[in-house]
Design a protein around this ligand. Structure first.
Ligand code: CDP
Length: 809
């Protein structure tokens, strides 16, 4: 058994972060008094006073003198040749200053194409043809937002419609080629595999039972309160480009802008101010950003571009869109022995996913989930269609949501096929707590876990066995009630630099801490909060490490001129990477502080020990120097020969990813007359290792559960046969509100990560990943006895009603 305090002092630097078994508790550990407010305290969010007073500063709040406004002409076709663009009437419209077309960008040095984060190419503005509905075709710059909107009405584009390619399976036949700009005339983009095919086929050959299910995880869309936008200002005097943008990764975006535009990187400042939700949708570079920067360079004026809601829903990066064919092999005792998965990934018109470079299907190969499976093989093919590009990790670690949905549906289907309780099936097949660190058959090294404890706690909390009795009674009365479980394993914290990069930039993250003479501090991080509360939790991490009150630590992110270089916030990577960097930078400061304390107390460093907020002489605790005393001395009375000041920077390269997990149980009632599904209860037990702020974690879980309910029952982007988006407004794209959300019941277990300096794992996306299969499993659990084996999400009343009608027929 590893003791946590040992890990605090001796952070493992083994390459794969292996450690001994880690104990699970229900306790959130608190080591600091409330005046310091280190880890474990339910500190109120430092950022909230400005938000609740309406004083947040979002991109659309930025107003610069002489600012112009940009609006975008969009394609009414999913696939069409552009014969000509006539901007003369637009240019004659009052207030219109300029119209930018693809030809203009081409003439400006080939700026009409840009690289995607997956090293594919994507049109900024087209010169030959459009490849998705609502694609950006031209940009209009005007003196007001209204004049720009008038201007786009007057840009006349002559299109010659081409056949759309809507169905990805049809796309694979290559009858119509989406990307004829490419040398290879095929819609097939890539093939990717993980696991051992031979061993898996062998296991399937020996299986007592094989369970097979096809399922579709539909295309959905991030629906952040704030859409995407930018204010760009090229200052012709200083030659510096100042960019305010909705960016989850400001440093990476600055580098991309420098590489694409040829501007020197020190002359580009990206500021990501307050962000109203990101969820992965603010990771890619969109054509609107590039047009805004070009417009500023051309006009030497500040330019503002803010998408409207329909533009956001219709043209920005989508998420999911995986067509899955899964098979599970079982032995006679109901032990899972093998998993075989084939998947078609509809990438739209460009592979513009935000995955780490080496992983075209992200972390999808985590698909063996929480189960100890002998052999597995997973294959994924990416294909172009005439739909908007993307494949963002919507509150998800690069396709883990799809993986979890598949394995959790398969576990429940297998249990039902065996006539067994899905809880018993899971308990038998879980990776045991003494098997960690656990090497999965697709090559992941799970750091720590205790899946049985989490499921047991969820079952106790919801009263599982009583609910099963109630269900039997209801069934006798022909009432439809279902109980669904999801026991998921997550994979977050990308990532170790040997395997993880985006466009070649390694996925480390960073922190820089500077303590002022009066013992107050400023700390800057390479990540960027979009509502997660980093200003609070990072301060708590530093308070824990340094004994400075969290109130005295100012946390800043999102300004590339001041923050150290980092890869940003998405995929629950902030705690595993930048949070760890904060702890490591604090430890560098503490090492120097110890030398200063030894100097002040006139003892050797070995005579000192740390106690919450001070170094004290061993055996004589009254002889001590607080961190504030030491900070003052660092500028006024430090040892001769030592550099003044008390500051440090750390670029943290995590030794492994972290593997948070949880067990969720949903109870649903179904109206047999209408097919409406009501989530009556939902218990979520999460384990994200050591918790920094339990209140913030609960908030993350609540929000994420609602975003998990969304695709389970409501959200889907639908296209008609012409590739037209039928769900381009919030009247058609059903985002759940508090009215549709049940009362979420949350709890936790604590199984520290053995390799993270604080024993913490990420948490932000766990609920979005874990909730959909729990709800889907509950619905099928209610209907299985009627012969319903699977329903694709979103499980709408129409789908339930059709299934019931099929059952009655
Ligand atoms: O990258 P992102 O901030 O979205 O995800 P995260 O690392 O999962 O953190 C989300 C929020 O929960 C942050 O404010 C974290 O500091 C907090 N958190 C926590 O308090 N304890 C944990 N073990 C993990 C996250």
């Amino acid at each position: 058994m590893t003791h946590l305090d040992d890990r605090f002092e001796h952070h493992s630097d083994k390459p794969d972060g292996v450690s001994a078994e880690v104990a699970t508790t229900d306790e959130v550990r608190i080591r600091t008094p409330s005046k310091i407010c280190g880890m474990g305290h339910r500190m109120k969010r430092k950022e909230d006073p400005r938000f609740i007073q309406g004083q947040g500063r979002y991109v659309d709040d930025v107003v610069l003198p002489g600012m112009l406004y940009l609006d975008i002409v969009r394609s009414p076709y999913a696939h069409a040749k552009i014969k000509s663009i006539d901007a003369s009437e637009a240019l004659a419209t009052p207030g219109v200053v300029a119209v930018i077309t693809g030809k203009d960008l081409e003439a400006a040095g080939g700026l009409h194409w840009m690289p995607t984060l997956m090293s594919d190419t994507q049109m900024v503005l087209p010169t030959e043809k459009v490849v998705y509905y609502a694609q950006e075709v031209a940009a209009v710059v005007a003196t007001s937002r209204y004049a720009a909107a008038d201007g786009i009405e007057k840009v006349f584009v002559d299109y010659e419609p081409l056949d759309p390619v809507v169905d990805p399976f049809e796309a694979m036949k290559d009858e119509t080629i989406v990307r004829d700009d490419k040398e290879k005339k095929t819609n097939h983009i890539w093939h990717w595999e993980a696991g051992d095919k031979t061993a898996t086929d062998q296991v399937f050959g020996d299986a007592a039972q094989v369970v097979r299910q096809k399922m579709y995880i539909p295309r959905i869309h991030v629906a952040s309160i704030e859409t995407c936008g930018m204010v760009a200002h090229m200052d012709k005097v200083t030659g510096k480009l100042l960019v305010y943008m909705t960016s989850q990764a400001p440093h990476a975006h600055r580098t991309v802008f420098a590489l694409v535009s040829g501007l020197p990187e020190q002359k580009i400042q990206v500021i990501s101010p307050d962000i109203g939700g990101g969820f992965g949708g603010k990771v890619p570079v969109y054509p609107g950003y590039v047009c805004t920067i070009v417009a500023s360079i051309v006009t030497c004026k500040p330019i503002k571009w803010i998408e409207d809601r329909s533009e956001n829903l219709q043209a920005d990066s989508f998420a999911r869109d995986y067509h899955i064919d899964a098979e599970m092999a079982l032995d006679a005792g109901g032990k899972i022995t093998g998993l075989r998965v084939e998947t078609l990934s509809d990438c739209g018109a460009a592979d513009a996913a935000a995955n780490p470079s080496k992983f075209p299907a992200g972390m999808y190969s985590i698909c063996t989930g929480s189960y100890d499976i002998q052999a597995a093989h997973v294959a994924v093919d990416g294909v172009y269609t005439t739909k908007p590009p993307g494949g963002v990790a919507y509150r998800c670690s690069f396709r883990v949501t799809e993986a979890v949905h598949m394995i959790e549906r398969m576990a429940s289907i297998a249990a039902h096929e065996r006539g067994e309780d899905p809880a018993d099936f899971r308990l038998r097949n879980f990776i045991r707590s003494d098997q960690f660190p656990y090497r999965s058959p697709t090559g992941w090294q799970y750091d720590s876990g205790n899946y049985k404890a989490a499921l047991q706690k969820a079952m106790d909390m919801i009263g599982y066995h009583e609910l099963r009795r109630e269900q039997a009674e209801k069934r006798a009365k022909v009432e439809l009630m279902g109980i669904g479980i999801s026991s998921f394993t997550e994979v977050v914290g990308a990532g170790p630099s040997k395997d993880y990069d985006i466009l070649g930039i390694k996925m480390f993250d960073s922190a820089e801490i500077r303590i002022h003479p009066t013992g107050k501090a400023i700390a800057r991080f390479g990540t960027k909060s979009q509502g997660q509360g980093h200003e609070t939790t990072y301060a708590q991490i530093l308070a824990e490490e340094l004994g400075l009150p969290a109130e005295d630590i100012q946390v800043e992110e999102g300004d590339t001129d001041t923050a150290p270089y980092g890869l940003g916030t998405y995929a629950s990577r902030s705690t595993p990477t930048a949070g760890a960097a904060g702890a490591m930078a604090a430890r560098k400061i503490k090492a120097k502080a110890k030398k200063i304390a030894a100097h002040l107390l006139e003892v050797g460093e070995d005579d000192l020990e740390w106690n919450v907020d001070r170094f004290q002489v061993k055996g004589a605790p009254d002889k001590s120097k607080t961190i504030q005393d030491i900070a003052f001395a660092a500028y006024t009375n430090h040892p001769q020969g030592m550099e003044a000041g008390l500051e440090a920077v750390d670029y943290y390269d995590p030794p492994n990813l972290t593997f948070p997990f949880g067990s969720y149980i949903a109870v649903v009632d179904i109206d047999a007359g209408t097919g409406e599904v009501k989530v009556r209860r939902f218990v979520a037990i999460d384990d994200c290792g050591n918790i920094i702020n339990p209140m913030i974690v609960e908030g993350q879980i609540h929000g994420g559960l609602t975003q998990g309910l969304a695709p389970a029952l409501f959200e889907e982007i639908v296209y008609d046969e012409n590739g037209q988006n039928l769900t381009g407004t919030l009247a058609d794209y059903l985002v759940p509100t508090a009215v549709e959300s049940p009362k979420w019941e949350t709890g936790h277990t604590v199984t520290p990560s053995p390799h993270h300096p604080l024993g913490a794992k990420g948490v932000g996306e766990s609920p979005t990943v874990g909730a959909p299969p729990a709800i889907a499993n509950a619905v099928v659990d209610a209907l299985w006895h009627l012969g319903v084996r699977h329903l694709d999400i979103p499980i709408t009343p129409e789908k339930v009603w059709a299934a019931l009608r099929g059952a009655r027929a």
